[in-house]
Design a protein around this ligand. Sequence first.
Ligand SMILES: Nc1ncnc2c1ncn2[C@@H]1O[C@H](COP(=O)(O)OP(=O)(O)OP(=O)(O)O)[C@@H](O)[C@H]1O
Ligand SMILES: [Mg+2]
Length: 510
Amino acid sequence: MVGPENRKNNIIQALHIYKTFPGVNALSDVSFDLRQGEIHCIVGENGAGKSTFIKILTGSYRPDSGELIVHGKSYKYLTPYLSQTLGIQVIYQENIVVPQMTVAENVFVGREKASRFGLIRYQDTVQATQKIIDSLKIHLDPEAPVEKLSPTEQQFVKIVKSLAYEPRVLILDEPTAMFNVNDVKVVLDLVKDISQRGISVIYISHRLEEISEVADRITVFKDGQIVITHDNPDKNFDLNLLTREMVGRSVETFYKKDKNSIGDVVLEVKNLQLHRHSPTIDFNLRRSEILGIAGLVGSGRTELFRALFGMDRKVGGEVFLRGKPVNIRSPQDSIQAGIGLITEDRHKTGLALNLSVIKNTTIAGLDQYPGGILNLNKEKIDVEHFILDLDIKTPSPHQEVRFLSGGNQQKVVLARWLFKNVDILIFDEPTIGIDVNSKNEIYKLITELAKEGKSIIMVSSELPELIALSDRVLVVKNGRIITELNDQEITEENIISYAFGVTEDGQAEK
Ligand SMILES: Nc1ncnc2c1ncn2[C@@H]1O[C@H](COP(=O)(O)OP(=O)(O)OP(=O)(O)O)[C@@H](O)[C@H]1O
Ligand SMILES: [Mg+2]
């Protein structure tokens, strides 16, 4: 129960919010409050209704019924403009920064009317941006073009931009989904700092450890409803309890695969070079092997495999499949050769958002059907099988994927490649945005694929996942493979020290 003394401090109170979409009860009877200066975390499975709730607060969606009380005033719904005027700012993982513009330009873009004189001088925006940066104690050059920044720094730009509106509420929906441990820590510190200024924060993440690190309160969503709100969880808060509440039963949170026997080399990459003057890369991959690729975001891991897949150019190198040279110049060549790339970037390269779950799953694999002839009924049954296996939350296989929650979209990308049935699968951050329970399902699937004789390359920033699944780990730094770790060498410590470039004597490399 919220006592009257707390109610005073409530910045936002949502009361009995309902929201349905065709075939989906996205929110039912959700009552939630946000106190001044608190960090209120929201957790829940993919499709539980977290982002929908946030979109109600930002005015993107109108609730079917219910009430919103913001700063003591009651509203049936908010509009984006009203929400912003009330001091509510949101950062999504996908928020857009304009790469060609500088940090300061990004921070003030669209706000040209903000000054009293109807225009803003560039130097003023630089100064104002610098002031926010200083107050956050981070390093960022307001005049640097955003495209030159690391993904974490780009995330900072979004935070700085939100703060430029002097918000009273800052909402972060999976802000660290693609970060490495160190970067996550920086963002978490920043969030704590922001809340200490009296700004209320709503924080959504599937990484439960980071939740217990920052939360003043934790609210669990399940199937569009609130299960419980935990007050004052401490750092040793029982994460198993939290997953039980999310999933409705206990789940194994630490996946451990059995060792399986590894076969002959299927893929051999020699002297692969992405640009003139860049280092050359050599490695191989065996049948039934899961090869983990570690390295910081921005270390060149993704670029390496995009080039191998024919998505980006390369200047040289040879690729052998079962000893025979192949020339991969396009993704089509790659698929033809039996190599599939499952990207982290579901929006740009993964999905046709306006097509159904069915079409997105089968689009690349129609040759699975005899003579390439599509039997719609068979297609539907095949896809339903994946919907079950991967627990894709959708009212129907015909639903357009743009209506699916973030994590469920990611699962459709996976389904496509599983359907395509290629021999070599490259997974780039396979579990970004995926909830704990589904992660385990995906780990099981990947392990089974390897057992069946497929070969898997898994690029990941999630060390526990790399360690649990990989037979061998290559660590990439500055576009080169700096080490290979086998068996007992595959530890968190080892990976971090190589990826961050700490040398044997504990000194950071120059
Ligand atoms: N515009 C929409 N049209 C139809 N269905 C929608 C729409 N937006 C969300 N949904 C559905 O509402 C449910 C809740 O989705 P929501 O995006 O809120 O989940 P989430 O908790 O944020 O999940 P995730 O962890 O995967 O991001 C899902 O079943 C989703 O498919
Ligand atoms: Mg979401």
